[in-house]
Design a protein around this ligand. Sequence first.
Ligand code: URA
Length: 223
Amino acid sequence: MGDPEYTAEPRPDCDLCPRLVAFRDDNQQKYPDWFNGAVPSFAPAGGSAQTELLIVGLAPGLQGANKTGRPFTGDWAGDLLYATLLKFGLAQGTYAAMPDDGLELNGAMITNAVRCVPPQNKPIGAEMKNCRPFLKARIDSLPNLKVIVCLGRIAHENTLSALGLRRAEYKFVHCAEHLLSLDARKLTLIDSYHCSRYNTNTGRLTEEMFEDVFRLATSRIGA
Ligand code: URA
């Protein structure tokens, strides 16, 4: 304890959520070569101190981050997310859907509100609550953080709760910018619809709408 990296990242075999542990055990049997653990945040090449932008997703996808061990890597959602980060200079290299593709983040970190893959992609309330201290510690461990981009309502709500803020005061609206009322630091939260297959296929989220979010975010960090 006392080490921010320890509290910000659960052990891969974290056992706080019985349903998620049972699902992990099941997946370990079926897919022994997969990562199958609490997926750590993807940090920028310069480490935590270089992070000015934190992207908060929902939870690892079964055949994406849960398989590869890196957030959004191998997921449908990752194709759009990483293409957009590359476009805005928040990443460099080539995204090839594998953790050893050499892609590096630039001033940005990617984490998830829930670090273990949930059945049907849907974490339950108790699981979000169990995982919240890791999100809080992750945010607290970033001294130069300026902007948090929340991908989807669940990320938005869990980020507010992790920071001890009232959800009723910050309405989730795509591309909305919220100045968070925190005593100790100045942080801006920007909302986005999640870049999921469902949202992009139905047209709820277009590439342009997603780019609007990162255009706004990079303008706020001065990138
Ligand atoms: N993969 C992740 O790591 N997080 C998401 O929210 C979706 C896919």
